[in-house]
Unconditional design. Structure first.
Length: 236
C-alpha cells in the first residue's frame, strides 16, 4: 500500500474490483499454478492487505518492506515452493497464457535456473513473468548485498555476474503480443488507461483477454496515448 508514486494502488478498484483480486484471479488461471501467494509487508499500513487476503481466501505472507528478496525467500520457504513465478501486483492484465509459455519453456530446458520474458523486452510492460528455482532464490538471498539486488528480488540472478546460474533464453513476443504499451500501474495515467480498457472489454464474467486489450489500444490511439509519457523507474 506504500507505493511512492501511487499510494494504495493494489486495492484501487479497476471497473469495480480491487486490482489485487483481479491479478490473483488471472494468475490462478495459469495451467501450472499450484498456489498464488501475495507477499506483502509486515508494516501496519499493509494490515488491510492481509485482511483482504483472509477475506478472499488468498494465501499470503508478510515480511520486510525494503528487503523484498528476503521477503520472497521467506515466502517460498514457508510455502515449500520449488519453482516460483514472480508477478508484480501492479499488472492488472497479466496474461495466464504468457505465464504458461514462460513456465513451459522453463520446464523444457532442464538445468535452467531462471527464465523470463523481461531481459529483452518485446511484450508490453505489465505482462512480465519470471520463473526460477527455489535454490537460485536461496543462493541470491544468501549472497546478494547491493541495495537494488535486495529491493528488486531477481537482479542478482539474471545479472549472473559470477556465472553461478544458467539463464534460459528470453521468451520473445510474437504476433498480437509484440507491442510497447504500458499495461502496468505506476501512475494515475496508467490507472486511467486500465480502467478505459476494462470499461470497453470487461463482460462481468471472464477476465479481459490481454491480446484483445492490445487490439483495443491499436484501434484507439487516443486511449493508448493516456500513459505514453509515463517513464518506468530504473532498477539501479
Amino acid at each position: 500500500m506504500g507505493s511512492g508514486r501511487l499510494p494504495g494502488k493494489i486495492l484501487m478498484r479497476v471497473h469495480g474490483q480491487p486490482m489485487l483480486k483481479g491479478i490473483v484471479q488471472r494468475c490462478r488461471e495459469s495451467r501450472f499454478a499450484d498456489n498464488v501467494i501475495v507477499a506483502t509487508t509486515d508494516l501496519p499500513k499493509d494490515d488491510i492487505v492481509a485482511e483482504f487476503c483472509k477475506k478472499n481466501e488468498i494465501s499470503f505472507f508478510r515480511g520486510d518492506e525494503e528487503d523484498v528478496l528476503k521477503r520472497y525467500y521467506e515466502t517460498a520457504r514457508q510455502f515449500g515452493s520449488e519453482i516460483i513465478v514472480r508477478v508484480t501486483a501492479d499488472c492488472p492484465l497479466i496474461d495466464p497464457g504468457v505465464v504458461d509459455m514462460c513456465v513451459e519453456k522453463f520446464n523444457n530446458h532442464k538445468g535452467v535456473d531462471y527464465l523470463s520474458n523481461t531481459l529483452a523486452r518485446t511484450f508490453p510492460r505489465g505482462l512480465d513473468a519470471e520463473v526460477f528455482h527455489f535454490k537460485a532464490l536461496e543462493k541470491a538471498h544468501k549472497n546478494a548485498f547491493e541495495r537494488y539486488e535486495r529491493e528488486h528480488v531477481t537482479p542478482y540472478i539474471w545479472e549472473n555476474k559470477r556465472g553461478e546460474f544458467i539463464i534460459g533464453e528470453n521468451l520473445e513476443a510474437e504476433g498480437g503480443y509484440k507491442r510497447d504499451y504500458r499495461l502496468t500501474v505506476d501512475y494515475q495515467e496508467d490507472f486511467y488507461l486500465i480502467n478505459a480498457i476494462y470499461a470497453a472489454l470487461y463482460n462481468g464474467r471472464s477476465i479481459v483477454n490481454s491480446e484483445e486489450a492490445i487490439r483495443f489500444l491499436d484501434s484507439n490511439p487516443q486511449i493508448a496515448a493516456i500513459n505514453a509519457n509515463c517513464e518506468q523507474k530504473r532498477i539501479h
